[in-house]
Design a protein around this ligand. Structure first.
Ligand code: HPA
Length: 272
């Protein structure tokens, strides 16, 4: 991290505190397609990304570019209503500044959500999948260019055991099935071909999507504990007769999102 961007994060954190209050944030939440309304459930202050210089200009429909700071189930959270994806501008580090700001606001944990295609017959559209691990199939990395030795981030336990156990317990206590599996990051914005999906399955993937992995790497770099959940919006290419499209993703995401919101609320209650 350059001194200029470290300074930018410090200034942004001060700006956010001035608007949303001084109390430290406990946890960050990045919302995927169809989950945008969760930001509105937070009792707090919503700040448009446009007011936060350096935050992404997110241009993907289905995402709400607001940072909401406040209380959700008794926990002080920072909810990122939208993310910049690699496919928007070719920058895998696009979420570095927002996550550095999250850390500066006092957070120790991050939950990442996304929409994904399932590569597993037992995980259907509308289901949820907790990420047990991931495959950075793109080979891109948000830490390329980082000059310090901090760039050599271990990824062995990237998906935090404790957060995952709490998410699992929250789902179980609500009787909501929560699959677990390996998420493959494929750059997008075009969807995959059936041959690519056969390859990703062979490599050990269970779900495929266009986000999340760079954010997990950045979170670990920043010393944030992290876990991620996918809402499955479709069977991946070639695994069903359904047409895959962004419209379909947006239409299907709310199915899983309603369940995911209940799990996240229960999970937050367990953190109080
Ligand atoms: N592939 C990639 N990204 C996705 C998919 C998919 O099938 N569904 C939702 N996001």
């Amino acid at each position: 991290m350059t001194e200029a961007s470290a300074l930018a994060a410090t200034i942004l954190a001060a700006t956010i505190r001035a608007r949303a209050g001084e109390a430290p944030v406990k946890l960050g939440l990045i919302l995927g397609s169809g989950l945008g309304h969760l930001g509105q459930a937070v009792d707090g202050v919503a700040i448009p990304y446009a007011d936060l210089p350096g935050f992404p200009h997110v241009g993907v429909s289905g995402h709400t570019p607001m940072l909401t700071i406040g209380d959700l189930e008794g926990v002080r959270v920072a909810v990122f209503g939208a993310r910049e994806h690699y496919y928007e501008n070719g920058n895998p580090a696009a979420m570095r500044l927002p996550l550095t700001v999250l850390k500066a606001l006092g957070a120790d944990s991050l939950i990442v959500t996304n929409a994904a295609g399932s590569m597993r017959a037992d995980v259907a559209p509308g289901d949820l999948m907790l990420l047990s691990d991931h495959i950075n199939y793109n080979g891109l990395n948000p830490l390329i260019g980082e000059k310090t030795d901090a760039r050599f981030v271990p990824m062995t336990d990237a998906h935090d055991q404790m957060l995952r156990a709490r998410l699992r317990a929250a789902a179980a206590s609500l009787g909501i099935p929560l699959a677990e599996g390996v998420y493959c990051w494929y750059s997008g914005p075009s969807f995959e071909t059936p041959a690519e999906i056969r390859m990703l399955k062979t490599l050990g993937g269970d779900a495929v999507g266009m986000s999340t992995v760079p954010e997990i790497i950045l979170a670990r770099f920043l010393g944030l504990k992290v876990a991620a959940i996918s809402t499955i919006t479709n069977m991946a290419a070639g695994l069903s007769n359904e047409q895959i499209s962004h419209e379909h993703t947006k239409a299907m995401a709310p199915l899983g999102a309603a369940k995911l919101e209940r799990i996240l609320r229960e999970f937050l209650t367990s953190l109080r």
